[in-house]
Ligand binder design. Structure first.
Ligand SMILES: Cc1cc2nc3c(=O)[nH]c(=O)nc-3n(C[C@H](O)[C@H](O)[C@H](O)COP(=O)(O)OP(=O)(O)OC[C@H]3O[C@@H](n4cnc5c(N)ncnc54)[C@H](O)[C@@H]3O)c2cc1C
Length: 479
């Protein structure tokens, strides 16, 4: 009997658990370790953050799904990985002397998502700082309350300045922040106070619409359009001011302090700010057979798990060269360890990096969206299934082969909502295959704006929840 342990039930780990459990679960031991007993559908936190979705609608219980899928569920937190002896030390939720447990494995998937590193920007974040976040359910609820308090003040006639974007020079997840600011715009219109709000976008992107993927160029109504033109047009139409090429260094009660591409320092005042923090890897201890720290063999300095990509090459070599990007997401030092979703270390950035004259790197980090995370979860699971069945690994997918859809809803109504839909293939440009199209397939890569996107966004929320709950036909719904 083979033992597979998975750490983290997000898009990546949970997808892997569905495949592993349904194919191997009756004959082998598949264990999921996750602190929460509920799956969190993170993309819908944007709607929670403006008060348009109840938080409980973004969650479902994992235990019934794992019971059906033959996955053992350990509600708790992994603390240590012992890669030589192949076991994980986890702390079960609740009280009691037997809280620390050992979970042995033959194959391990680390899918712990991002650590929200608010501490990297003094004054950032809802816990120890002055800004808000929509990255966790608790954060989104707290953001919603603060946002609605601002709306109430606007209804009394006050003017308020709302600043949304990234809160660190190396942050990612610009798509989520963009979706949040456009939802706020739409909600303010609905609440009849749009004229009382100054809306400002601040980000570390080279240009609006970069989104950490270097932006895209696509055919739109018969002509080639860049995402910079597309997103700038949205900002102009919605009366949103934008400040890009800004690396946020610090936040105080009144202002966001930043450095720009030229090395100049400045500040943006705010009444309400939602800024995405830097993401790092989740801290786990990696302990060798002699009790020594073997972290350097498993993770990079930022805590992301190193896998089968080629690390340390310059941007010009990494970007657009498929060979640089991992295919099977397996750690080269410990073949039993795989990483999926945000937990794996990308070999470089997709957006062109920039270092200011003061030496600050202001560079959007590569996004690993829910779709990408789910695909990697499936690839890793299918390869482990191969290995358990004594076959060589037959699955592989690089980010230079994956498509991604970024659907930024602008209001959630199916009647007067809208969405900017950006389809790209591949996520990481492949200049060998698409040398004349900026590295992406211009047939598939598209940008559209309209009500259809709002329907698609709602459909994705519903179908993904269906899939992730392992309901009838789940395996037919693509990641
Ligand atoms: C507001 C917002 C909106 C977004 N919108 C979209 C969108 O529209 N489309 C899209 O494709 N992507 C979107 N994304 C990105 C998407 O949510 C992420 O790409 C995705 O959640 C990453 O999946 P993951 O499995 O790698 O990590 P996560 O979803 O973060 O899951 C990681 C899991 O690991 C658990 N974990 C962490 N540490 C431990 C430990 N020590 N032991 C056990 N378990 C642990 C966590 O509790 C969590 O359950 C959005 C993100 C945000 C923040």
């Amino acid at each position: 009997m083979a033992r597979v342990a998975i750490i983290g039930a997000g898009f990546a780990g949970h997808t892997a658990a569905l495949y592993l459990g349904s194919i191997l679960g009756t004959r082998h031991d598949i264990t999921m370790i996750n602190p929460s007993e509920r799956f969190l559908y993170v993309p819908s936190l944007v709607w929670v953050g403006v008060g348009h979705m109840k938080p409980e609608k973004t969650r479902f219980r994992l235990q019934p799904v794992y019971d059906r899928m033959h996955v053992r569920f350990l509600a708790g937190k992994a603390l240590e990985v012992h890669p030589d002896e192949r076991f994980v030390v986890a702390e079960k939720n609740g009280a009691g002397a037997d809280r620390l447990v050992r979970v042995g494995y033959d194959h391990l998937i680390i899918a712990t998502g991002p650590r929200l590193n608010f501490a990297a920007t003094p004054g950032l974040g809802p816990e120890a700082g002055h800004t808000h976040s929509i990255c966790t359910q608790a954060h989104a609820v707290e953001s919603r309350d603060a946002y609605l308090e601002n709306v109430a003040r606007m209804k009394k006639g006050e003017k308020r300045k709302l600043v949304i974007g990234t809160g660190h020079p190396g942050a990612t997840c610009q798509g989520a922040a963009f979706e949040y600011i456009t939802n706020i715009h739409k909600d303010l219109l609905r609440q009849g106070v749009r004229d009382k709000a100054e809306l400002v976008w601040i980000s570390n992107e080279r240009a609006p619409g970069d989104f950490g993927v270097g932006g895209i160029t696509a055919r739109h109504r018969g002509r080639m359009l860049t995402s910079e033109e597309f997103i700038s047009a949205v900002f102009r139409e919605y009366g949103i001011a934008w400040h890009v090429q800004k690396g946020v260094l610090e936040v105080d009660e009144a202002a966001i302090h930043w450095e720009d591409y030229d090395g100049g320092y400045g500040e943006t005042t705010y009444d309400y700010a939602m800024l995405i923090p830097q993401f790092t890897g989740m801290p786990l201890k990696y302990i060798g057979e002699n009790g020594d720290d073997v972290s350097a063999k498993v993770v990079n300095p930022a805590g992301f798990v190193t896998v089968d990509g080629i690390y340390g090459r310059p941007y010009e070599t990494t970007a657009g060269d498929p060979e640089s990007w991992p295919r099977v997401y397996q750690n080269p030092e410990y073949e039993s360890i795989f990483a999926a979703g945000i937990a794996f270390a990308p070999p470089g950035t997709i957006s062109q990096p920039h270092v200011t004259p003061n030496g600050t790197s202001i560079t959007a980090a590569p996004p690993r969206t829910g779709m990408v995370s789910g695909i990697i979860g499936r690839v890793v699971a299918m390869n482990i299934i191969d290995l358990v069945q004594q076959s060589p690994m037959t699955h592989g997918e690089r980010m230079t082969e994956m498509a991604a859809a970024c659907i930024a809803s602008m209001g959630d109504s199916l009647w007067d909502g809208s969405a900017a839909t950006i389809m790209m293939y591949p996520v990481v440009p492949d200049h060998r295959r698409y040398p004349n199209e900026g590295g992406r397939d211009s047939f598939v890569t598209q940008m559209e704006m309209g009500l259809a996107g709002a329907w698609m966004k709602r459909m994705i929320h519903t179908t993904f929840r269906h899939k992730l709950q392992g309901r009838v036909g789940w395996g037919l719904i693509p990641e």
